[in-house]
Design a protein around this ligand. Sequence first.
Ligand code: ADP
Ligand code: MG
Length: 281
Amino acid sequence: MDNIIEVKNVTYEYSTDQEIHTAVNDVSFGIERGSFTVILGHNGSGKSTLAKMLNGLYKPTGGDVFVDGINTKDEKEEIEVKRKVGMVFQNPDNQLVASIVEEDVAFGPENLGLQPEVIRKRVDDALKSVGMYEFRESTPHHLSGGQKQRIAIAGIIAMEPECLILDEPTAMLDPVGRREIVDTLHRLNKEKGITVVLITHYMEEAEKADRVMVMNDGVIIDDNTPKEIFKNVEQLKAVGLSVPQTTELLYALKQNGFNINTDVLSIEETAVAIAKSLEEK
Ligand code: ADP
Ligand code: MG
């Protein structure tokens, strides 16, 4: 398998005056190049700590993280690692630096020391790829939360990373903004081949992922396709996650004696499953 990221027996301990707290505990996995992975977990499960280790922002206190074969502890390669793996955070307001959209997106490429015409092209391409080109001359703070977060993503895309890590990028957005972001990420994954690691506590955002990892108390407790993950309704509830409403509905119907396919996720698939089950009655 061709993995862009390799996480090998990684532990992260926070030391405070009183105690040592293990936020990530001996975790190992690979992220396949070109894949779309969702990491699910409730608050405090260690998601952000893990995320920050995936592009070298934090160095593991135990074990190693490799990005394209480079150990993130290798200080000479720090810039190279950050260039390959871009990070998007929760609050778009904290990530926007300029007062005009296109200047904001240009900020990263300018720091890479690229030629002005190369920067121009990258900024335009990045804005088009997140569907925000027509807003290039707008002021970011006049935009919606979802639009601002798409600008923040464009700013990272303009650096042409191979992999994008997003740490709860939708947490501060309304449902429309959340949908915009998830759709944008799937488009970037399909059309540009960018590897995506989306960290979230919203289960619905995992529906179309290739792979879902469930994190709890510093460890990965499940790692599978979305459909397999959502079969474990009880386990997900036990770690403080709520399953998608479609899954909840199908399980309730099944428990009430319907012969129904619970192996589906989208609203469309759910409608078909219910219609089929009614036909059989
Ligand atoms: P998540 O992103 O899933 O909410 P975090 O990675 O932020 O989880 O936190 C994991 C655990 O580490 C939590 O118990 C949290 O309280 C603890 N933690 C996070 N940051 C620090 C810190 N700077 N110092 C001490 N403990 C921390
Ligand atoms: Mg977090």
